[in-house]
Design a protein around this ligand. Structure first.
Ligand code: RFL
Length: 382
């Protein structure tokens, strides 16, 4: 029909969307600010929901992931010297995560787009949007539809009038490191501790992503390597045979905030992924939500281009808003479990005991544990 879609951003949302549209015979191109090497090498997320992998697999976008990724169906909560294993794979009735680093997924998607002939332009920052025309250093690109998949600080959102943001700044931050460990990390560990939360998430081989609660606004300079290692050791309290960090690769500070936009569409311009909502990494939902947005937007655009009917697209904002609030709520409840409220020693002890109680309930067969397990693993279909 000759209608053109411009996708801004080659993250999970943009690349999945482009692949689906191109496959459906739609004229689509991706514009990405960073270099290809940068996109393919920057480690971020790594825990993929069941439903997301099912979706990617059904569209032929998970070949390598299915071969090389690892299934993951349990996590451990540590609290007051007790370790509680939550077998969410079993409690949910068989839904598990896949562990596969985000940058490898992006590498695979870029490769797939190359293979099917969908253009991805790297080193091409979109500077401004004028209706559905992109302004780039290289010149102007006209499109009929624009998908703003340009992340939390994107330029597309700025051009969507009335795109209101509701958000929360949490009263703490997470220092995050990628670490070489003494051995492979078998599963996710969440440690709820008097001194603050610490977490450990498996990546590939002996590499793990570690998180450490620090005061909001903390300066990374105050957290040199030995301080980080000592805090991790205290809070994670590894046993004799457990993997320990030996080398910290890259250190970052995650300013903890949740944010949901209202106004995900203006005419032919749409927002998806982190451009539409930002989640804290607590529930590992950000990447998953980005793919779910892309799936929904692709279906709406394909229907619109093929039939001229806008009704599916018209519901995009409501459906994806609901998806974002669901994930936001899940992440917020998990954060609440993982952090102690401010207070004196007595209040903190009380709060710790309450958290241990809730953690035990997550492992006990019943509707509470089943609901958590299904939400965590992403049981509902995309
Ligand atoms: P992305 O991945 O940020 O991609 C946006 C892309 O847009 C480009 N861009 C532009 N391109 C052209 N012109 C412009 N003007 C542009 N402005 C920006 C950017 O360069 C970039 O390539 O957004 P998307 O696709 O919405 O995907 C979102 C996910 O990347 C994000 O939610 C997750 O990484 C969050 N997250 C996690 N999510 C999970 O589901 N599971 C996890 O285990 C998990 N762990 C994490 C995470 C995020 C982290 N960081 C660093 C924020 C762990 C970490 C440490």
């Amino acid at each position: 029909s000759g209608e053109r879609v411009a996708v801004v951003g080659a993250g999970p949302a943009g690349l999945v969307l482009a692949a689906l549209l191109h496959r459906a015979g739609i004229d689509v191109e991706v514009w990405e600010r960073r270099s290809r090497a940068d996109v393919e090498q920057r480690p971020r997320a790594g825990l993929l929901e069941h439903r997301v992998v099912e979706f990617l697999a059904a569209h032929g976008l998970a070949d390598r992931l299915l071969k090389e990724g690892e299934r993951h169906g349990w996590c451990v909560f540590a609290c007051l010297g007790e370790r509680v294993r939550v077998d969410y794979g079993t409690l949910s009735g068989g839904f598990r995560h896949w562990v596969y680093p985000q940058h490898l997924l992006l590498r695979d998607l870029v490769e797939k787009l190359d293979e099917i002939g969908c253009p991805v332009h790297f080193d091409a920052p979109v500077q401004e949007l004028d209706g559905t025309t992109l302004r780039l250093r290289q010149g102007a690109v006209r499109a009929d539809f624009v998908a703003g998949c340009d992340g939390a600080q994107g330029v597309v959102a700025a051009s969507v009038p009335d795109s209101l943001v509701t958000g929360r700044r949490y009263p703490y931050d997470w220092l995050t490191v990628l670490a070489d460990m003494t051995g492979p990390v078998a599963g996710v560990l969440y440690a709820v501790h008097e001194a603050g939360f610490a977490g450990m998430m498996p990546r590939t081989g002996n590499v793990a992503r570690l998180y450490l609660q620090v005061p909001a606004g903390a300066d990374p300079a105050d957290w040199p390597e030995d301080r980080v290692l000592a805090a991790l050791d205290l809070r994670l309290a590894p046993g004799a045979g457990d993997p320990r960090p030996v080398r910290l690769r890259e250190r970052g500070m995650l300013r903890m905030r949740g944010r949901v936009r209202r106004g995900l569409r203006a005419g032919g311009v749409f927002l998806a992924g982190d451009a539409a909502h930002v989640l804290t990494p607590s529930g590992a939902k950000g990447l998953n939500l980005a793919v779910a947005d892309a799936a929904d937007l692709a279906a709406g655009l394909i229907h619109r281009v093929r039939t001229g009917d806008d009704s599916l697209l018209a519901g995009y904002e409501a459906r994806r808003g609901a998806g974002a609030w669901w994930a936001q709520d899940f992440s917020d409840r998990l954060l609440d479990l993982l952090h102690l409220p401010p207070g004196g020693p007595e209040e903190r002890r009380f709060a710790l005991r309450l958290r241990r109680e809730r953690i035990r309930a997550l492992a006990r067969t019943g509707p509470y544990a089943t609901a958590f397990a299904r939400d965590y693993a992403g049981a509902e279909s995309v």
